[in-house]
Ligand binder design. Structure first.
Ligand code: NAI
Length: 340
């Protein structure tokens, strides 16, 4: 029987990379039954009254899994982020972003193999802001013990299950003594009580960024609160070839939404040239998650086939423009399909 998955094409390059991803997963025999639901500006264009329609949230809750393209968020004015709202209302508390060097992708470093675990529900990212007097604005950073302990436990468990040796928590607790102070205290306590076998370090984020670009191989799993995790994700993407090759997932206790780290890329939207690989890799993460969650090894086997096929495509020099090649979005998907 086919497995139900919600597909949210999103905005900008979203529909282009979503079609390519759907094509690859179907050709690999993933046996998924896709139901399209909209979010973002695409929802309004489709005649919905809200940027995040209740029907989209309800179907993700019912199926427990979605693959999502990026949604545009206006800068400085306008509506709140649809992405933030979706993560909050489905309580998708952990964002997992693997950052890996890939054969065939030219980048500044080789042999990078990191995972960012980002707290996905709190921090400054809640966008709780006000103008308290004319010309004076404030933003409220929220850290709770419950959310800090939950993400720390998730990150250490991730390390143990995947045989990862070390967890580095990035913070600014020298300045943000209460919020970041709470975040690292929770991580330290969870480590000492339950995961003493995993190497643990606390890294002040400014120096951590320098260390990261000097020698990314000294890091393994990075734990960070919401905003730092967001910024570190793009920084680390730049170490291994860019946003076109950086997948991600948003995991909750009742379900998961898989999406690339990149945004809607308005500068190249509508041209058919976006690299779909980051969303295809997110699709592979989704298949591996389905394999574990639903106890169905067929998904894992399918994920492995797709991974091998895109590795082969890249080493054969079949790449999109962001990686120095000449293939367009669908040609690259077809290059993967030809190697399945
Ligand atoms: P962006 O990630 O969309 O683009 C940054 C740069 O990377 C651009 O030059 C773009 O062309 C390039 N790029 C991104 N993905 C690419 C791909 N797959 N293939 C080739 N090149 C790619 O970031 P930007 O421009 O800051 O944000 C644009 C919009 O996306 C904003 O409204 C932002 O809020 C939203 N956004 C949404 C996210 C989500 O839905 N999860 C995540 C990040 C940003």
């Amino acid at each position: 029987m086919s497995t139900n998955v919600v597909l949210i094409p999103g905005d900008g390059i979203g529909p282009e990379v979503a079609v390519a991803t759907q094509r690859v997963l179907d050709a690999a025999g993933a046996d998924l039954k896709w139901t399209i639901r909209h979010a973002g500006e695409a929802a309004l264009l489709a005649g919905e009254k809200s940027l995040l329609p209740q029907s989209t949230i309800d179907l993700i809750s019912e199926y427990g899994v979605a693959l999502k393209g990026p949604c545009t968020t206006p800068i400085g004015t306008g509506f709140r982020s649809v992405n933030v709202s979706l993560r909050k209302c489905l309580d998708l508390f952990a964002a997992i972003r693997p950052i890996r060097s890939m054969a065939g992708v030219k980048s500044r470093y080789s042999e990078v193999d990191l995972v960012i675990v980002r707290e996905n529900t709190e921090g400054l990212y809640g966008g709780i802001e006000s103008e308290i007097a004319k010309g004076v604005c404030t933003s409220t950073k929220v850290a709770t013990e419950a959310a800090s302990r939950r993400i720390a436990d998730y990150a250490f468990r991730y390390c143990r299950e995947r045989s990862r040796r070390k967890l580095s928590v990035f913070h600014k607790a020298n300045i943000l003594k209460l919020t970041d102070g709470l975040f690292i205290r929770c991580a330290r306590e969870i480590h000492d009580a339950h995961y003493p076998d995993i190497e643990y370090e606390e890294v002040i984020i400014d120096a951590g960024c320098m260390k990261m670009v000097q020698d990314p191989k000294r890091f393994d799993v990075i734990l960070a609160e919401n905003l730092y995790g967001d910024i570190m994700s793009d920084l680390c993407a730049g170490l291994v070839g860019g946003l076109g090759v950086t997948p991600g997932s948003n995991i909750g206790e009742k379900g998961a939404v898989f999406e690339a780290v990149h945004g809607s890329a308005p500068d190249i939207a509508g041209k058919g040239i976006a690299n779909p690989l980051a969303l295809i890799m997110s699709g592979v993460m989704m298949l591996n998650w389905l394999s574990t969650q639903r106890g169905e090894p067929k998904f894992g086997a399918c994920a492995t086939r797709i991974r091998r096929a895109y590795d082969r495509a890249l080493t054969d020099g079949a790449t999109t423009r962001d990686l120095g090649g000449s293939l367009n979005t669908l040609e690259f998907a077809d290059a993967i399909i030809a190697r399945l």
